[in-house]
Design a protein around this ligand. Structure first.
Ligand code: ATP
Length: 251
């Protein structure tokens, strides 16, 4: 097993008295995609925001590329990127201009060429001259993914990339992620409420509940541990506190 690319040790985040993330430890290997599952409010976005250095942990440590985030934020973020449905790009300029601005911010050597390459990879060259704020949700997600790939990140955080997409576009986004996995091999942390995403895209799953990791393993292992029919049923049982104590994990 290669050294982990991302290593989180006993991280906690408190907002006043409320513990949003409670002693979470996890690691992601190079080229591995780890799914982060959990009900609304489980702590997924808070965890992502700490990895991006947007908020500081109350305690615990985050290391990426062998460096401590607390002391090496910039070199880590230069090799990291993220895509979330909930953060939109500036709306009043063309898609191409938006991406070129981000490419320059990331010091990409040939910004125009890189943007053209990614628009082609994500099959959205036709959106290049569109005003960003006028895109549909599905178009916007793919443009956000292009933004997230501009700096060839080795660590990619994808926060609900298929939220609010119709099944056809969600399927296309999953295929794009799989293409990125096979061609670029980033380590990916992927949150979703869509179990199909988890099955199709993730090598391994962590189930976050009330800020803690409740289970980890492949989708099939977690389903077996919690004696569910499938991952959807396990999710619903966890959400409704209808769980039996799980059988011991298989690994
Ligand atoms: N800045 C903040 N101040 C106070 N509480 C916060 C803050 N940010 C998040 N929380 C709380 O922390 C908990 C975890 O929120 P978080 O956004 O991480 O959940 P999530 O798992 O991403 O949920 P969702 O699936 O709905 O996106 C929630 O109860 C939320 O209200």
């Amino acid at each position: 097993m290669p050294d982990p690319l991302l290593e989180i040790d006993s991280i906690e985040k408190r907002f006043d008295d409320f513990v949003a993330v409670d002693c979470v430890s996890l690691s992601v290997a190079p080229g591995e995609t780890v799914g982060l599952l959990g009900v609304n409010g489980a702590g997924k976005t808070t965890l992502m925001n700490m990895i991006l250095g947007l908020i500081s942990p109350t305690s615990g440590s985050i290391r990426a590329f062998g460096l401590d985030l607390a002391t090496h934020r910039i070199p880590i973020l230069e090799r990291t990127n993220f895509c979330t449905t909930y953060a939109t790009l500036p709306g009043n300029i063309k898609v191409r201009h938006n991406l070129e601005i981000f490419a320059r911010l990331y010091s990409v050597p040939k910004p125009k060429e890189k943007v053209a390459e990614l628009l082609e990879l994500l099959e959205i060259t036709r959106l290049s001259e569109k005003i960003t704020g006028q895109l549909s949700a599905g178009e916007s997600t793919r443009v956000n993914l292009a933004k997230a790939l501009l700096n060839d990140p080795q660590l990619l955080l994808l926060d609900e990339p298929t939220a609010s997409l119709d099944p056809d576009i969600a399927d296309k986004v999953r295929k794009l992620v799989r293409r990125v996995q096979s061609e670029r091999h980033p380590a990916i942390l992927y949150t979703s409420h869509n179990m199909r995403d988890i099955h199709e895209v993730c090598d391994r799953v962590l189930f976050l509940h009330q800020g803690r990791i409740l289970a980890s393993g492949t989708a099939d292992e977690i389903t077996a541990q919690f004696e569910g029919k499938d991952l959807d049923e396990v999710f619903i049982k966890i959400a409704r506190n209808e769980l039996k104590a799980p059988s011991p994990p298989t690994r």
